[in-house]
Ligand binder design. Structure first.
Ligand code: ADP
Ligand code: ZN
Ligand code: ZN
Length: 733
């Protein structure tokens, strides 16, 4: 018998399939991970088929050395997903397998964690020994009783209770014997279990009823605080009790102990957690528990969509509009599309939940592709908190050039006096966004990337947010020698500093990429805030999502315009979503909340709609605009990004690809809305030059054009120049 094996060679861009002989006595099936001879080395591979014949010359055939696990590690369900990834995103099988398997499993990086347990082999012998023990040998008695009762106990645990000397004696007598055991490392052992006794609201009941009795794809549009999590858990419970499994995805950032605590409380050990904050060993163990069917519910960030669960009953994607569901580095994919495929091919229900669905998803609900479920009221029956728009140019005209408007300052004072909490949101980390010379207009830039540097006060350094380069601060303009160097826009650090001056006796916490570098860094900050150890939390969009802080009554949005001015067709949508999400943090418990939004464009329609929480109105206006201008979901954007260290080569390659596309376009004119080629907005990152070909195509032509583009790029692969396709990219930098 022969096996076709995909070998795992890191740098290879194409799948390498080789046939190997299966040695006598070894059972091999599709999905097994095996070691095979390859050149002079031995490498890992995945068996994709087992055959009775091979076309390879028998003299050239080599034999599989051994298999790495007894059971296949790639399931049939995953093979199907792999074909989908190939078809939709041109991702090769080898790359798919890398997505499916924990990285620490490859190249044998992690060994099973083995701990020593003590157990009793011969019960009658133990009982006899027990009967002969002196009455005062209480430690030995205790140890024997404990092991008799539990079957086996960790040696370290037993030693703590009964002392090492008692154990040594018992082992010497042969009463207790050592037994190595694989111990699974469980992340979040210390998570507090929060099981609330909850009576479902009529709306929740109705929604759960439909989600458990019908199949298909649902869009659950529920305002912030409407109790969506409770709905998810009830639907999962229903599926589990019918012998099925569940995948629940949340944005990486909202994987808080609170969410996990909720799930652990309800489902105990049958929950597995997958996200990037786990240690290598923890992730590996969680994955094993899923593979072996011990864990029936997977909670995780986007890559958990690839989890090896069998018998899938439901996939839930919370905060479905969140940008983190689109993978923007290789391999590039859209989690919702994969979830839709998995749900359909495995007969599961798909639930997309959000207070501010993406325009694309809502459009599908409006056109009948998704079923729309709505939860319009908060569980606490309180109205959504009032949102006040403050005109910052007017503040300036009236003599206040500070960071905080008079409204926000007095609201902060009130909040602090009444012992409540406030969250201040600013969509920029660091201190000031850039350093600029007032005389000549020079701006501090990164030497490897065409972007401005950001000043970080704590380190008194300038940093590039694209590549991480650090620079010393300039006192003198390197261009003209002037000393009047001015800081540009505001960042989180600056806001914190201003607050400290305004409220010297108030404890303030800050949460952004800089304060959450350590493992569990953001958990620490969130916990402190929840426990009321600080009254104000300043942060970037990290604080916008999902968190449930009962003490928060005031939310301030310092500079709402930041996201509005982003150069993407999603700028308005993002701004609406961000405001709604941030605003949703206030007044969640029995206290009422208020929101203050500071802007230089107070009459912008987005702010008006957001202040009324008017999603349908927003959808109507925005989808109209997209239809007229032919942007998603009314067209598909393809961006081909070409990059490399030699600008000339990059330009040549871009030109080659572009020429092929223009040829294709000539025969398919009616499907193209736009086609153009240019330098990317950020012309250089990490010293690689970047060019792009941008196109928008009508839905009719999409499939064919995609296929053509994949082929064109495959044909144009080269050593020094990388090129890849992005489909409806989230940002176009
Ligand atoms: P959402 O995800 O829709 O913003 P959550 O699921 O976080 O809302 O619910 C908001 C709060 O209301 C949570 O603290 C949750 O425990 C609570 N909650 C949910 N359903 C109920 C209910 N039926 N009765 C009382 N409290 C509830
Ligand atoms: Zn840089
Ligand atoms: Zn200057």
């Amino acid at each position: 018998m022969f096996a076709s094996v995909i070998v795992d060679i890191a740098s290879s861009q194409v799948d390498k399939v080789f046939d190997y002989i299966i040695p006598d006595g070894l059972t091999i099936s599709r999905g097994n991970r095996v070691m095979v001879p390859f050149g002079k080395r031995e490498i890992e591979g995945i068996v994709i088929s087992v055959n009775e014949t091979t076309r390879v010359d028998s003299a050239k055939l080599k034999t599989i050395s051994h298999k790495l696990e007894d059971i296949p590690v790639i399931s049939e369900e995953q093979f199907k997903v792999a074909s989908f990834l190939k078809e939709e995103y041109n991702i090769g099988l080898a790359d798919s397998f890398r997505l499916f398997l924990p990285s620490e499993m490859r190249l044998g990086k992690v060994k099973d964690l083995v701990a020593v347990c003590l157990t009793i082999d011969d019960e009658s012998k133990a009982k006899e020994y027990l009967s002969k023990l002196k009455a005062n040998a209480t430690q030995q008695q205790g140890a024997i009783y404990a092991v008799l009762e539990e079957g086996k106990v960790l040696q370290s645990k037993l030693a703590k209770r009964f002392g090492q000397s008692a154990l040594s004696k018992l082992k010497k007598e042969g009463v207790l014997v050592e037994k190595p055991e694989v111990v699974l490392r469980s992340p979040y052992k210390g998570v507090k279990i929060l099981d609330k006794n909850i009576t479902l609201t009529p709306t929740q009941k109705m929604v759960i009823e439909r989600l458990t009795s019908e199949s298909g794809v649902f869009l659950l549009h529920g305002v912030t605080g409407s109790g969506k999590t409770e709905v998810y858990m009830n639907v999962i419970k229903d599926k589990i009790s019918n012998g099925k499994t569940a995948i629940m995805l949340v944005p990486e950032i909202s994987l808080t102990p609170q969410v996990l605590g909720n799930f652990r409380a309800r489902f105990g050990e049958s929950v597995a957690i997958l996200h990037s904050g786990l240690s290598a060993g923890e992730r590996f163990d969680e994955w094993k528990r899923i593979l072996f069917g011990e864990a029936k519910i997977v909670v995780g960030a986007r890559s958990a969509i690839f989890a090896p669960v069998k018998n899938l009953g439901v996939i839930i994607i919370d905060e479905e509009h969140d940008g983190s569901y689109v993978s923007e580095s290789n391999p590039r994919y859209n989690t919702i599309e994969i979830a839709q495929f998995r749900a359909q091919s495995e007969g599961a229900t798909l639930v997309l939940g959000s207070a501010t669905p993406s325009l694309e998803s809502y459009h599908k609900a409006m056109t009948g592709e998704y079923k729309l479920l709505e939860m319009k009221e908060r569980v606490n029956a309180k109205a959504l908190p009032p949102l006040k728009i403050v005109d910052m140019s007017r503040e300036m005209r009236e003599g206040n050039s500070g960071v905080f408007s008079r409204d926000l300052t007095s609201a902060l004072e009130r909040t602090i006096e009444s012992g409540n909490q406030a969250m201040l949101f600013i969509n920029r980390r660091g201190y000031a966004s850039f350093l600029m010379c007032k005389e000549c207009g020079w701006v501090a830039k990164c030497k490897d990337c065409d972007v401005s540097l950001v000043y970080h006060r704590a380190e008194n350094a300038l940093k590039c947010h694209y590549c991480g380069n650090r620079y010393k601060v300039f006192d003198v303009c390197p261009n003209c020698g002037s000393k009047s160097i001015k800081q540009g826009l505001l960042g989180t650090q600056k806001v914190q500093q201003e607050l400290e001056e305004l409220f010297p006796n108030v404890k303030i916490l800050r949460m952004d990429n800089d304060t959450t570098q350590t493992k569990d860094g953001h958990l620490k900050i969130l916990n402190e805030f929840r426990e009321g150890k600080a009254q104000i939390l300043v942060g970037t969009q990290m604080i916008a999502k999902g968190h449930d802080f009962p003490g928060v009554t005031l939310v301030g949005i310092i500079d709402a315009d930041v996201s509005l001015h982003q150069s993407t067709y999603k700028a308005c949508e993002r701004t609406f979503q961000l405001i709604t999400q941030v605003a949703g943090r206030a007044g969640r418990a029995d206290k009422s909340g208020e929101i203050i939004l500071q802007t230089y464009a107070p009459r912008h329609y987005i702010y008006n709609m957001a202040s009324h929480y008017d999603y349908p109105m927003f959808y109507k206006k925005e989808s109209n605009a997209r239809e007229v201008t032919a942007f998603p979901p009314f067209a598909t954007i393809f961006r081909i990004l070409v990059s490399g260290e030699n600008e000339e080569e990059v330009r040549e390659k871009t030109k080659d690809i572009y020429t092929e596309i223009t040829d294709y376009q000539k025969d398919n004119k009616e499907n193209f809305v736009y086609l153009g080629v240019m330098k990317s907005p950020i012309g250089r990152i990490q010293n690689k030059f970047r060019y792009q070909i941008l196109m928008r195509v009508k839905p009719n032509g999409e499939k064919a054009i995609k296929k053509f583009l994949f082929e064109t790029l495959d044909k144009n692969k080269s050593q020094n120049v990388i090129s890849f396709i992005e489909i409806n990219p989230q940002n176009l930098s």
